[in-house]
Ligand binder design. Structure first.
Ligand code: FPP
Length: 245
């Protein structure tokens, strides 16, 4: 049975989110406050990402998706885009050692085909070398946008219908979910956005249909494991009804 064909009852929901989405926001403002270039915020943000990813695993979260680079982020100055790509390179090169004691499986969501070839290679290596890890799934959303993902899924579905391997009657919620980058993963239970912004910004728009949103004023480079625990406690206290009463 597909993931979206049966809504979870309240009893079935673990207190810790099965899938947590994190929007790492506020790097630019953090740097500006200190009179530093925006890139400096991303450097600290990347360090915080590593700490928080490990803490998510410690807390028993099954899947966590970090919004790392959106389809819209290409509009930023080239210098800033390059800095983020270099941080990604650095992380991918160091993660094997840094995460060697963690039982974390790394995956990427988004259109990687337009990224630099060396980054694509490093991504493939990171996925292959962690494929046998049985703990938390760590999704990095890179060149990701929720609308682009839905368009991609629709193209894939149309191709299958054209090829005769799928009939239009078979296109239901579960079928669409199976054609997304997150196929096989649980739908998103909780979205965490620090930095005082209250938006989803094209992140996991299909998967968030029933997500709980937790916002925090802390800028991402200042975000700590204690802040994550506070956010998880807020989520645990929410009463989720999934359209019921
Ligand atoms: C949003 O803050 C942050 C981003 C667009 C980039 C996130 C990237 C990193 C944390 C570094 C790379 C990560 C990895 C996994 C190696 P913003 O720049 O929009 O902040 P602002 O709203 O204050 O301007």
């Amino acid at each position: 049975m597909g993931l979206f064909s049966k809504r979870k009852t309240e009893e079935e929901i673990a207190v810790v989110p099965a899938h947590l989405g994190i929007i790492m926001d506020g790097n630019g403002r953090w740097a500006k406050k200190r009179g530093l270039p925006r890139q400096a915020g991303h450097v600290t943000g990347a360090k915080v990402f590593r700490t928080i990813a490990k803490h998510c695993e410690k807390r028993g979260i099954g899947t966590v998706t970090f919004y790392t680079f959106s389809t819209e982020n290409w509009k930023r100055p080239a210098e800033e885009v390059n800095a983020i790509m270099n941080l990604l390179r650095q992380y991918l090169k160091e993660s094997l050692e840094d995460f060697k004691n963690e039982n974390i499986r790394t995956q990427f969501i988004g259109d990687r085909s337009v990224l630099a070839p060396d980054i694509q290679e490093l991504m493939a290596e990171a996925e292959a070398s962690t494929a046998d890890k049985t703990g938390m799934v760590l999704n990095l959303a890179i060149n990701y946008g929720g609308r682009a993902e839905l368009a991609m899924a629709m193209r894939r579905i149309a191709d299958e219908v054209k090829a005769g391997t799928l009939s239009s009657e078979e296109i239901d919620e579960a079928c669409i979910a199976e054609h997304l980058y997150t196929a096989g993963q649980p739908e998103v239970d909780m979205i965490l956005r620090p930095s005082g912004e209250y938006r989803l910004s094209n992140f996991l728009i299909w998967q968030c249909a029933y997500a709980e949103y937790v916002f925090d004023d802390v800028l991402w480079p200042d975000f700590t494991t204690k802040d994550l625990d506070r956010a998880l406690a807020e989520y645990a206290g929410r009463h989720r009804r999934f359209g019921g009463v």
